[in-house]
Design a protein around this ligand. Structure first.
Ligand SMILES: Cc1cc2nc3c(=O)[nH]c(=O)nc-3n(C[C@H](O)[C@H](O)[C@H](O)COP(=O)(O)O)c2cc1C
Length: 359
């Protein structure tokens, strides 16, 4: 086997990984290759490479990946209330040949807990957690701890999600979560709009521009005019769809992060649901096979943003598995790039990207 085990143990539960991870038996680089500082939404950062909401479950994970040279670190999505994770498995390998598109995903994929990937190109997974969150008292204290664990030129972003609660609209709940994250020491907040839309139309919030706009406006009001605010979206298949969304959210935010996973039905080799239980009929596919779809969305968003003359940065996410993929994201119009699956299997990715940058 050429690729070592991931630092996130996919055979264990979210709680196990929260408590015991990251598990890493390699060597921590003694020092990072020097880089030219960049501005990340007004904050000085060592590089344009980071990790999106996902593998960074808490301050131990943030601290580890900061040490490995990832400079833009997104704390996994949290809520205004405690919420349990789906039981394990939460991640499975999926066998895919070639690139996935939303259309090709109408046929089920086969998921398995074990595989011996020979290269980063073999790693496509599905993840299904149900957006767990510790209670605010726990995550807020931990976010403050995470802030102390990062170094100069590293940025701590906290991803939040809102739901409709008793006496509170979805926008108000998002805003309250964002405020809690800011108060705990987050330097930027990301609102996760690639989550199910509990209000109005079917689908996810980013597919409902009117709700997305209302939420973004309410969160902006809560955070104040100068605080960095990012919106995370899923696959956007047309310029018209991008324009409608950008028109509504653009005036309120500083950056758009794309994409979240592509949604698929995943079955086991016997043909039964690979992730049993309600709400898991479909799950998110990430890693190598979604890069083409991610690059397409990045290129679309960056093109539409410049035509519409909105001052928004684009954060490219999805299938970034190697240093070459990082270059592809920047060439497609991303201002910054992030890797979740890639960083889980190759924690040296940022170090290698920085080494390459020196040449
Ligand atoms: C283990 C894992 C957990 C994730 N959890 C979240 C999450 O809590 N919030 C979120 O917005 N995205 C989450 N994601 C999606 C990632 O942020 C990212 O959009 C997606 O995985 C595509 O990037 P990748 O191909 O580099 O993995 C998660 C991804 C993984 C692999």
């Amino acid at each position: 086997m050429l690729i070592p085990e991931p630092v996130y143990n996919i055979e264990k539960s979210y709680d196990d990984n929260y408590r015991d991870g990251p598990v890493f038996h390699g060597r921590i680089p003694a020092s990072m290759p020097s880089t030219r500082p960049v501005s990340f939404l007004g904050i000085t950062a060592n590089s344009r490479l980071g990790i999106p909401a996902g593998p960074l479950l808490n301050s131990d994970w943030i601290g580890f990946y900061a040490t490995m040279g990832f400079d833009l670190l997104v704390y996994k999505t949290v809520r205004t209330h405690a919420h349990p994770s789906y039981p394990p498995p939460n991640c499975l390998y999926v066998s895919v040949s070639g690139d996935l598109t939303p259309t090709s995903l109408s046929t089920p994929l086969i998921g398995t807990p074990r595989m011996e990937p020979a290269s980063m190109r073999d790693i496509t997974i599905t993840n299904s957690f149900g957006m767990p969150s510790q209670a605010p008292a726990v995550w807020q204290e931990d976010v403050s701890r995470a802030r102390k664990k990062i170094g100069p030129g590293q940025v701590l972003i906290v991803s939040v999600v809102g739901t409709e609660r008793e006496g509170e609209s979805i926008a108000e709940n998002f805003a309250r979560a964002a405020k809690m994250a800011k108060e705990s020491g987050a330097q930027a907040v990301e609102v996760n709009f690639s989550c199910p839309n509990v209000k109005g139309t079917e689908g996810q919030i980013f597919q409902d521009p009117e709700t997305a706009g209302k939420v973004a406006k309410t969160v902006r009001r809560e955070l104040g005019p100068d605080y960095p605010l990012i919106v995370k979206v899923g696959y956007i298949g047309s310029d018209a769809e991008a324009d409608r969304l950008l028109r509504e959210i653009g005036p309120h935010i500083n950056a758009i992060a794309a994409i979240n996973t592509l949604s698929a039905t995943v079955i086991n080799p016997e043909g039964r649901p690979a992730l049993p239980g309600p709400g898991r009929e479909r799950s998110g596919v990430c890693g190598n096979a979604i890069r083409k779809a991610a690059l397409e969305v990045v290129s679309r968003l960056s093109g539409r943003i410049s035509s519409m003359k909105i001052p928004l940065s684009v954060i490219g996410v999805g299938g970034l598995m190697t240093v070459e993929d990082y270059d592809l994201f920047l060439a497609s119009g991303a201002d910054f790039a992030m890797t979740a699956t890639g960083a889980m299997w190759d924690p040296y990715l940022a170090f290698h990207q920085k080494q390459q940058n020196l040449r």
